[in-house]
Design a protein around this ligand. Structure first.
Ligand code: GLC
Length: 426
């Protein structure tokens, strides 16, 4: 099979190509087709680590007994989920109806014709944070509806910082290391910092955040820009963590859940993690040793606050499914304020509705909401590419070899730059 040339799109380029000025018009000009057929559907999603997905779907099923949605759970890691969804789409299987797509997969699924184009007017997009809506578009047309967003946060043990006389969470990496040294005087065994450093999509996220938080970029205006002193400083923050001991060695095996378990077991002082950890780590059923002992701050950076990578999940309709009208109505149901609020309350996952971040009752329950909103609004996107997976795998390989000490940061970044140039051009 001939591979289509990789296209990296900036929002500006996509808008220019479609002649679309942005805003809330219908996107690229071509109207979405009519979606027909009512009846049972499936909802395909990554492993439900929140335990709440089934409850959300139950709420739908209760109201729509003849259009039941069955949940199909895929693995925990983003890469493994994508693999299953791609396999299904390539086989044109009708098993999957509504797909819970990571924000970085929109281009691939849209360009290959695996998901239906959607009508913007069918969803409350004007209520959603603008960057989340952009992630569901390809060349200005909507293919996926933002249901949860995601932004990186610094979880920290406020009890341990206070006991060591540190009065505020760190805003720079130097502050973070200094705070750690103080805390370790009384807790020599505690791991200072961890994030998602296993070789998978989470590493692409954490590597990009480190580079961006040092003032560098991975890809800018569609061009790889990763072989720079700023990018090296970013990667070195992580590499030095392993050589100097402020990142525990086992963090090389951490995806989201491994890190969450370590934080909840009291093994980490600082943890870069998504919002979903908040509710779990605060559980008072005995599953967390740190309930009530931590707080959340913006990510630190080289010279000041760092920058988050934009994460999140959007729902799309498989081109090959039956009952597309039901699939559309299911997405409308999940994109509505009531389900968004319920999900936030139960799981602490980032909603896409902007108003929920300013709701006093919700801010009382989750004091980090204003910080998270800022982090999402300012977050850096990962490259938008039809062959995004190749781009991400290149980033993961380069970053992982540097973290393991197999390559110097300099070598890894020079090789990554060359690889990205072959994938997306100079
Ligand atoms: C979270 C984010 C997603 C990201 C993934 C990486 O699920 O929402 O965008 O790709 O983590 O592990």
């Amino acid at each position: 099979m001939r591979r289509p040339r990789l296209a990296v799109l900036t929002v500006a380029a996509a808008l220019a190509l479609t002649g679309c000025g942005g805003g809330s018009d219908s996107g690229g000009g071509t109207a979405a087709g009519k979606l027909e057929g009512n009846g049972p559907i499936t909802f395909v999603t990554g492993k439900d680590t929140s335990g709440y997905v089934q409850k959300q779907v139950d709420a739908w099923n209760k109201l729509h007994p003849d259009e039941r949605a069955d949940v199909i759970e895929l693995p925990e890691s983003a890469d493994a989920q994508r693999q299953e969804m791609v396999k299904n789409a390539v086989a044109k299987s009708d098993t999957y109806s509504v797909l819970n797509l990571d924000v970085v997969w929109t281009a691939e699924f849209a360009a290959n014709g695996w998901v239906e184009q959607l009508n913007e007017a069918d969803f409350p997009l004007d209520k959603m944070l603008a960057p989340t809506v952009e992630t569901g578009k390809y060349f200005g047309r909507l293919y996926a509806v933002p249901i949860t967003s995601d932004g990186g946060l610094l979880y920290y043990r406020k009890d341990l910082l206070a006991a060591a006389g540190v009065t505020a969470p760190p805003t720079t990496w130097a502050d973070l290391r200094a705070a750690c040294t103080k805390v370790r005087a009384a807790n020599p065994k505690i791991g200072c910092f961890a994030g998602q450093f296993d070789k998978y999509e989470g590493l692409t996220v954490n590597f990009s955040e480190a580079v961006n938080s040092a003032g560098g970029t991975v890809v800018k205006d569609g061009k790889p820009t990763v072989d720079t002193p700023a990018a090296r400083k970013g990667l070195d923050f992580l590499v030095n963590g392993f050589t100097q001991g402020y990142i525990p060695r086992n963090a090389l095996t951490f995806k989201e859940e491994e890190g969450r378990r370590a934080f909840q077991a009291g093994q980490l002082l600082f943890h870069r993690q998504w919002p979903y950890q908040y509710a779990k780590a605060n559980a008072t059923d005995g599953s967390s040793e740190v309930a009530g002992k931590f707080a959340v701050a913006p990510l630190p950076g080289l010279d000041g606050p760092g920058q988050s990578t934009l994460g999140g999940h959007n729902y799309a309709i498989s081109r090959f499914t039956q009952n597309k009208k039901t699939a559309l109505e299911f997405i409308q149901f999940m994109a509505g304020e009531e389900r968004q609020r319920a999900n936030l309350q139960a799981t602490s996952q980032a909603p896409t509705w902007g108003s929920l971040y300013d709701d006093p009752a919700l801010v009382e329950q989750y004091p980090y909401l204003p910080v998270l909103k800022e982090s999402i609004l300012k977050a850096e996107k990962r490259p938008e590419a039809v062959q995004y997976n190749d781009v991400s795998v290149a980033i993961q390989s380069a970053a992982y070899s540097a973290l393991k000490g197999d390559k110097t940061s300099e070598q890894a970044l020079a090789e990554l730059q060359a690889k990205l140039e072959t994938l997306i051009g100079k």
